[in-house]
Ligand binder design. Sequence first.
Ligand code: ZN
Length: 110
Amino acid sequence: MNPQLVENARRTLEAERARIRLELSEEVEHPRVAHGAQTAAATEVSESQRGQQLREREEQHLGLIEGALRRIETGNFGLCQTCGKPIAPERLEALPWANDCVACHSKRRR
Ligand SMILES: [Zn+2]
C-alpha cells in the first residue's frame, strides 16, 4: 500500500469525520423547529422525519469512516472486508471509506 495514498486517505477521512460530527451535533443543538406551536406541528413532523433519515445516512457514513480509520491504524487499510483482496487505489482515492472491492460491491448491489 502506497504510504502517500494512505496519508491522503487519512486526511480525507479525518476531515470528513469532523464535518459529519459537527453536522450531527448542530442538528441536536439547533433543531429546525418552526415558531408557533399548533400551526407548525404538521411541518415539524415531516421536518424531523427528514432530519432523521439524513442523520441515519450520516451516521452510517460516519461508521464507514471510523472503520477505515481503524484499518489505517491496524495496517489493514485498503483490503476488501469481504474477500480480503486489495481494493483498487483509484477506488480508495475516490472513496477512502470503501470497505469492499469493486467486484464485491457490485455483487452486493445486485
Ligand atoms: Zn472483495
